[in-house]
Write a protein that binds this ligand. Sequence first.
Ligand code: ADP
Length: 555
Amino acid sequence: MLNFKNKKLIYSIIALVILLILFLFLYIKNQAKSINYDMYNTLLSSNSIKSATIEDDEIILKTKNGIKYKIVKDGVSIKELIKKVPLRVEHDSTFATDLITGIILFLMVFVFILYIRKKDMQERDKLEQKRTRQQAFEIDNFMKTPIKPVVSNITFKDVAGINEVKEELSEIVDFLKNPTKYKNFGIKLPKGVLLVGPPGVGKTMIAKAVAGEANVPFFYQSGSSFVQIYVGIGAKRVRELFAYAKRYAPSIIFIDEIDAVGKARGGFRNDERESTLNQLLSEMDGFEDSSGVIVIAATNKIEVLDEALLRSGRFDRRVFVSLPNKLEREEIINIYLKDKKHKINTKKIAEITVGFSGAALSTLVNEAAINALKSGRGYIQDSDFYAVRDKVLLGKKKILSFSKEEKEIQALYQSAKALCAYWFDLSFDKVSIVSDGIKDIDKEIESRSSMLSKIKVYLAGMVATELFYQDRFSNALNDLQKAKDLANIMVEKYGMGNSIYPNQLDSANLLESAKEDVKKFLESYKDALKTIQSKMLRDEIVTKEELKSIINEIF
Ligand code: ADP
């Protein structure tokens, strides 16, 4: 759409062009054609001349059909002329008429521009009014959605396959159940817990289960709802949310998609988001550890979060929730089949659903049930699952589903990462076929060699596929990006390249030499890698302990 400034410019240009055309038209129209004496005589004798005007040293003749001619005054007998036609004498009259016409035209154009501007302003006012009404309506709606605690009837047993997460959170549940016990003992508990994991793995469900287990009220707020609102409103809402939660304490505030509010500040500024984030930070700093309010937030992009949110005293407890492994998928499938008639080999279904989240599995079971109902069979069987699997897969983007070959490649890729993570001493408990589970522990001071080790692990999968398949694959995308980012930071920020002053080639050299190291390492551990790959293919997971015993066996 044209904005106001552009419109004004375009109208002015149109007006100028009109003015020019009019001038040109008048000029051409008023232009008299020079004639010679013979022609003049013919006109005079045929009585064709209607009027004559003396202008300086020329006579302008106007014929009865409106045509204008001019002739030099000296060659004409004025006496004869006035006998036949009335004669006027004018000095510089054309200039005067032109000037007047010009002024009139100019005024006309000016009035035209004024008229257009007025119309435009009216239009703008209308739009502005509409926008204000819409804004008021949205704010009203947002504020009208009451901040209401929900009583959660979900408990940990409804959430399948997250045993470690349950363990990590059991302390929080206990604290919410008996805050005074902790208070009397002077124990400080985290104010915030950050649940990190891909969509659909049950983060919301887990937060609700914590509330359900502890039997405390649950306040839900989606991070993205804050930022669509106008300046000041998000911050106000945060204030109210905390005020309510404190009133109902012990209680849980759950902020879904916190990255919408908590993206790192700077860069593209968004005042509303920043004011909401600042309010959230100050609320979290403001309440005492014993207030009995725990803030649980969920995100699938921890790397974009503002550092301030992750600082101690805020979301300093982080719980990673990954896609379910084979056993967990079986558990989830069983939960959803519980109240349905079926003859399902759940182990088999778990095997064909690598990469499915809990949410996708719940949809899958539902679709299979619909399929069974349509067939009129009365119970669900394996074939129903096969029939709807692609539908669920295609409907839900980004769900991994590996063919047999892909599964082998991915297992090798992850096994190489696991082996390197173990060898280069990175912190992790287990590596699965879909996630590496490597913990990115914040350190105040980190060495060049420790950063290099991380780069080596990021590159390990790619190097392994080169060794075994003489090829590279697209599943290296994320790790490759991480390796490049880290190498760039090392060179540019920490002076860890060849020279202290950053040099473009330094990051590339750093990556290449790390890759060479990994290659040498993996070449000498090809057998171990194969053993880990088969274990990964069978169980989809390998723990640090298992890695240790595989490596020890080789020596
Ligand atoms: P997230 O918050 O991680 O995006 P949700 O908690 O909203 O995921 O999960 C969406 C739905 O998926 C849940 O309502 C539940 O039906 C199902 N679901 C996800 N994970 C699990 C699980 N571990 N056990 C049982 N159901 C699950």
